[in-house]
Design a protein around this ligand. Structure first.
Ligand SMILES: [Zn+2]
Length: 288
């Protein structure tokens, strides 16, 4: 999801986006004064807001100007936007990987690391929105805590603690996910010193306390959406957990129809929404 600034008024942006010849659009526009949200494009459809990344990105435009953030980025707007973002993430079973500003407002950030970041944080962009005045730590806090308007907060998941000396499938899942993030660890299900170092490095890279303990803070950061067509270590993590739960799937790192149907069966058995997509709720059930 991409956070934008309109560089114009709310009403002006809405009429601009309704003009087909303008060649620009976004899924949502939010008003500065009171946080009113207008949906311009259905989420399933592509909007024209972010060049190469249009095909997989939901765009949220915030009324205002990059050069004058204090006048336009109001509490009402932050709260409304955070509620909307949390809702979109939840509806897609995406982890709440919201940029926290730690690398600077204009850093180009890998798509894999953040589900929510600014226009300027996508690769190959000429725009600078939402600019240096967008409060990313505050925004992340509002999205993840659900404290924006007080309504619609998603229940916080509780995760098992996994740490040095532990063994078993949970540890193996952590190790596969570390591999997915580029760390060189063996998925042997034994939490030794190499895994400990990788966990600490991962935590530091995410702005988390680097204590080497994988719990409520680190699990949501570690987990990555996995679905049919995906491949790699995250898929092995899913498949290995499925085997652990008694499903006959190959741990080959290729998320094909067999894995998809096992995931759906697992989701049904655990009372989750059955969509074949391994998001945070499904990872959580695997982890337990
Ligand atoms: Zn933009």
């Amino acid at each position: 999801m991409a956070v934008h600034t309109t560089q114009g008024s709310y009403a002006g942006s809405i009429s601009w986006f309704q003009n087909c010849s303008a060649g620009v659009s976004a899924h949502y526009v939010i008003r500065s004064s009171d946080g009113q949200v207008t949906q311009m494009v259905r989420e399933a459809d592509k909007a024209w807001h972010i060049g190469n990344s249009n095909g997989y990105t939901v765009g949220i435009e915030h009324e205002g100007y990059v050069a004058n953030p204090s006048a336009w980025y109001t509490t009402a707007m932050y709260n409304a936007s955070a509620d909307l973002t949390r809702d979109i993430l939840a509806s897609r079973a995406l982890a709440q990987k919201v940029y926290d500003g730690a690398s600077g407002w204009n850093a180009v950030l890998p798509d894999a690391n953040f589900d929510v970041k600014g226009h300027v944080n996508y690769a190959s962009q000429s725009h600078t929105d939402p600019g240096s005045g967008w409060d990313w730590p505050r925004y992340k806090q509002l999205v993840t805590s659900g404290s924006g308007s007080g309504g619609g907060a998603t229940p916080t998941l509780t995760w098992p603690v996994v740490q040095y000396g532990n063994t078993g499938e949970r540890v193996r899942t952590v190790q596969y996910l570390l591999q997915q993030w580029g760390y060189s660890v063996t998925a042997d299900g034994s939490f030794g010193s190499t895994t400990l170092t990788a966990v600490k490095n991962f935590q530091a890279s995410q702005g988390l306390g680097a204590d080497g303990v994988v719990g409520n803070a680190s699990w949501p950061a570690l987990t990555v959406l996995a679905q049919q067509g995906d491949s790699g270590a995250k898929v092995r993590a899913v498949q290995s957990q499925l085997v652990e739960s008694g499903y006959a799937v190959a741990v080959d790192g290729v998320f094909g129809p067999g894995t998809d149907s096992a995931v759906r069966s697992f989701q049904g058995a655990k009372g989750l929404g059955v969509d074949g997509i391994v998001g945070e709720n499904t990872w959580n059930k695997f982890a337990w």
